[in-house]
Design a protein around this ligand. Structure first.
Ligand code: KE4
Length: 474
């Protein structure tokens, strides 16, 4: 009877997934959660606390997804929960201004000198969609530049893959996006400044903005090469275009002032979300006052939102930003993240598994290849089959990494030495089981690779990156 009850328990996630698929497309409310590129059954999370989540079968996992970035203080931080509870009893949303919105606007502007004014929205997609409309309205230009592998949410003009040729006009990566909606989107390669110079040389007068993840986190973690962001800044200034830093993921995650604080490169507009909501739905776009004053009701660029700045979400964000301001917070956070990545590299090396890792602040990238990638193409050469083995091996050991080889991972301030050591002990066992040594990409690997990249590109997954040739589709 024990075996039967365990089997019964083990199927709880399966049972919920089967049920979910009957009324929710793919059984999930965001495609990456469906485990499509790693296989297996998604874990239905019942509760989370600190560095842990528990699934529907009561299994505990050390969590390195952290709700894709927001849970920087660990899950259910008592002060954040208390702030939400206190706000909620006063009403959930008013559809009218409230003092908390002023406080969080002031808190964001105090932390990011490039932001003089900020408008709150309810997601990262809303933030980037609005920022692009603002850049087009401010410059009266139509073309935008984005980079292959960078994801900025699922607004139509951003669901784009590189076309062919040098000035690669976009082609949609999602059904339902007409070519006309992406014809003004130029898609270039991240860390290729010459291509950006060429685009401006050809069309500088028509380019409204560049939007970039200043440290990419949606093709796995890929840092800018020295000088890349500076070149984007110079070109935008020279040609009267706006530089948009999409810091939805990196904002207050990689450091107290995001990437702009780490690099000293100042964007004209910054988009934010994730951490500034502390797990509640908050996004924002902000920048110089002369730019932001173009936004309705002051200016001609329309933008609105029923729940924008709602008091409960703002309460969570305000306490989160306050707690992140504790002295030494980011030094300690990066120290723990580095312990994880260095330990994983040591164990992979000992097991003969081609592996590398990188990190910045509380964000990290794991790569099943010998060296840290600097481009989407290099990321795409990672051994997906090894990743899948690692992902499931760690999941079986109670460690929950992002269910995709093309996502960054996240450490919180609750990932103590003990938690990191437990993770590394599990990894030592799992790496030992991975196929050691080099193996050429065979059809099986390509299938996994194709599946993973397709997932990133397909409309099922929000069109994160490059489409792959049909012959490689899983
Ligand atoms: P949302 O609309 O999902 O709140 O934010 C879109 C977005 C915009 N910009 C950047 C740099 C982002 O990373 C995101 C969303 N990130 C993904 C994780 N890679 C969210 C996870 C998901 O799609 O479910």
């Amino acid at each position: 009877c024990f075996t039967n009850s365990l089997l019964l328990l083990m199927s709880r996630n399966n049972e919920l997934f089967d049920r979910a698929c009957k009324t929710i497309p793919g059984g999930v409310n965001s495609p990456v959660r469906a485990f499509r590129s790693v296989g297996g059954v998604p874990r239905f999370i019942q509760r989370a606390q600190g560095p842990y989540v528990w699934d529907a079968e009561g299994t505990q996992y050390i969590d390195y997804v952290g709700s894709w970035g927001p849970a920087i203080l660990g899950h259910a931080h008592p002060e954040v929960i208390e702030a939400v509870q206190k706000a909620a009893v006063n009403g959930l949303s008013f559809g009218a201004p409230s003092e908390g919105e002023i406080e969080i606007a002031e808190a964001i502007a105090a932390r990011l000198p490039s932001i003089e004014k900020v408008r709150l929205v309810s997601s990262g997609t809303e933030a980037t969609m609005s920022a692009i409309r603002l850049a087009r309205g401010y410059t009266s230009r139509t073309k935008i530049i984005k980079f292959e592998g960078c994801y900025h949410g699922h607004a139509d003009s951003l669901l784009v893959k590189a076309g062919s040729g040098m000035l690669t006009f976009g082609n949609p990566t999602s059904a339902g996006v007409p070519q006309e909606f992406v014809q003004h989107t130029i898609v270039l390669d991240f860390n290729q400044p010459e291509a950006v110079k060429a685009a401006f040389a050809e069309q500088g007068n028509d380019i409204a903005c560049i939007i970039v993840e200043p440290i990419a986190g949606n093709m796995n973690l890929v840092k800018p090469d020295p000088g890349f962001l500076e070149t984007l800044r110079e070109l935008c200034t020279q040609h009267g275009a706006l530089l948009i830093f999409d810091e939805v993921m990196t904002g207050f995650r990689v450091g107290a002032q995001g990437v702009q604080g780490l690099t000293g490169v100042t964007p004209d507009i910054t988009t934010l979300a994730k951490v500034i909501g502390g797990g509640m739905p908050v996004g924002a776009f902000g920048g110089r006052a002369d730019i932001m004053d173009c936004v309705a009701p002051l200016g001609p660029v329309y933008q609105a939102g029923t729940l924008s700045g709602n008091p409960v979400a703002v309460a969570a964000g305000l306490v989160t930003l306050k707690l992140l301001s504790e002295p030494g917070f980011y030094d300690k956070l990066e120290q723990q993240t580095r312990k994880l990545t260095q330990g994983l590299c040591e164990h992979a090396q000992a097991a003969g598994v081609p592996f590398s890792a990188d990190c910045v602040g509380g964000m990290f990238g794991l790569y099943f290849r010998d060296t840290v990638p600097h481009s989407f193409d290099e990321v795409s050469s990672c051994n997906i089959n090894h990743f899948k083995q690692f992902f499931h091996g760690m999941l079986d050991q109670g460690i929950y990494f992002a269910p995709s080889a093309f996502e960054a991972g996240f450490v919180s301030s609750t990932h103590t030495d003990e938690v990191i050591e437990q993770t590394l002990a599990a990894a030592k066992k799992v790496f030992a089981r991975c196929n050691s040594g080099r193996r050429r990409h065979n059809r099986r690997y390509l299938d996994f690779h194709a599946c993973a990249v397709l997932d990133k590109c397909s409309n099922l997954n929000g069109g994160h990156g490059r489409e792959i040739p049909a012959e490689h589709r899983a």
